[in-house]
Design a protein around this ligand. Structure first.
Ligand SMILES: *[C@@H]1O[C@H](CO)[C@@H](O)[C@H](O)[C@H]1NC(C)=O
Ligand SMILES: *[C@@H]1O[C@H](CO)[C@@H](O)[C@H](O)[C@H]1NC(C)=O
Ligand SMILES: *[C@@H]1O[C@H](CO)[C@@H](O)[C@H](O)[C@H]1NC(C)=O
Ligand SMILES: *[C@@H]1O[C@H](CO)[C@@H](O)[C@H](O)[C@H]1NC(C)=O
Ligand SMILES: *[C@@H]1O[C@H](CO)[C@@H](O)[C@H](O)[C@H]1NC(C)=O
Ligand SMILES: *[C@@H]1O[C@H](CO)[C@@H](O)[C@H](O)[C@H]1NC(C)=O
Ligand SMILES: *[C@@H]1O[C@H](CO)[C@@H](O)[C@H](O)[C@H]1NC(C)=O
Length: 247
């Protein structure tokens, strides 16, 4: 059961961070999966029956049919200010059926949660969906971090941070070199007290090798200060994300 908290939104010099705490990592089968996190960007709203809404409907209906690689979807429809841009990315190691279902679910869910916002983003375990009236892809300037942390501490925090950092940087190189279909890597390493640390990292495959590497380095460099020895964590951006756990 996930217990979520989306109350703390803090601005750090143009960096927005949403703190969401994974209180309990015991996996349960949820009849209706819930987003791990989502954001309805309230800067711009559309009106009922507007051109923007029609474009949004059309875009999101068709988005799941636009797989341009291994679980990477993008579609833009409309002109000028009524353009709707949409992107979706499935976790690199899930099968296409699960990916399709995740996309379908998240599109329905996001429209319900954000009924009139022009821009919204939602993250499930297996996929991310975002739509916007702004350009989404290759926008390295957008830094809207979603951060999820386990509550448990590692036995030796310094050692854990060091082992984890090394694992994630190795994975970063593999993912960035992944090519235009998929930029994903997963692996494990031995942490303190013979524990195993599992990690996965991913970029949208439209990023260049360097953009992917830079995006991942930016979030990996936050591990020490944001997680400081917590045994599980994720940082999610539309362009790149990572996750690590000890199980
Ligand atoms: C958009 O709608 C939300 C509520 O649905 C509201 O809180 C927000 O202020 C609106 N934004 C603008 C720019 O009107
Ligand atoms: C939107 O369009 C539908 C179908 O054309 C219509 O039934 C509805 O009244 C319209 N709503 C508004 C707020 O204009
Ligand atoms: C598009 O939006 C911008 C600012 O949001 C506005 O200045 C411009 O006039 C709009 N253009 C059209 C064609 O509506
Ligand atoms: C997703 O939705 C589309 C259209 O509604 C449907 O054809 C397709 O079977 C759905 N896929 C899954 C895996 O549920
Ligand atoms: C983890 O460590 C922090 C301080 O470093 C402490 O406040 C917190 O209670 C610890 N969490 C658990 C679950 O022991
Ligand atoms: C090391 O792991 C074992 C078994 O997983 C556990 O019982 C023990 O308490 C751990 N040691 C430390 C220092 O936490
Ligand atoms: C850990 O990674 C190695 C490759 O580096 C792999 O052979 C092994 O199966 C992985 N272990 C687990 C438990 O996944």
């Amino acid at each position: 059961m996930f217990i979520l908290n989306k109350n703390l939104a803090v601005w750090f010099s143009s960096i927005m961070i949403i703190f969401i705490y994974l209180m309990n990592l015991i996996t349960t089968t949820l009849a209706q999966p819930e987003f791990n996190s989502w954001d309805c960007v309230e800067a711009a709203n559309y009106t009922v029956n507007s051109t923007y809404q029609r474009n949004l409907d059309t875009t999101l209906d068709a988005l799941p049919t636009t797989n341009r690689g291994l679980g990477f979807y993008k579609l833009s429809i409309g002109q000028g200010n009524d353009t709707v841009n949409s992107v979706a990315l499935c976790r690199g190691d899930i099968n296409p059926d699960v990916c399709d279902r995740c996309l379908n679910d998240s599109i329905v869910k996001l429209r319900q949660l954000c009924p009139n916002e022009k821009e919204a983003v939602g993250y499930y375990d297996y996929c991310m969906v975002k739509y916007s009236n702004q350009v989404i892809l290759r926008r390295m300037d957008i830094r809207f971090y979603v951060y999820l942390a386990d509550t448990q501490n590692a036995t030796d925090i310094d050692q854990f941070n060091s082992d984890l950092g090394q694992l994630m940087r190795n994975l970063r190189g593999d993912a960035a070199a992944g090519g235009e279909q998929q930029k994903f890597a997963s692996g494990n390493t031995t942490g303190p007290n013979f524990s195993t640390i599992y990690g996965l990292v991913q970029c949208t495959p439209d990023l260049s090798e360097k953009q992917c590497s830079d995006c991942l380095e930016d979030i990996i460099s936050r591990i020490g200060s944001w997680f400081n020895g917590k045994v599980g964590g994720r940082i999610l951006l539309p362009m790149c994300n990572f996750r690590y756990d000890t199980y």
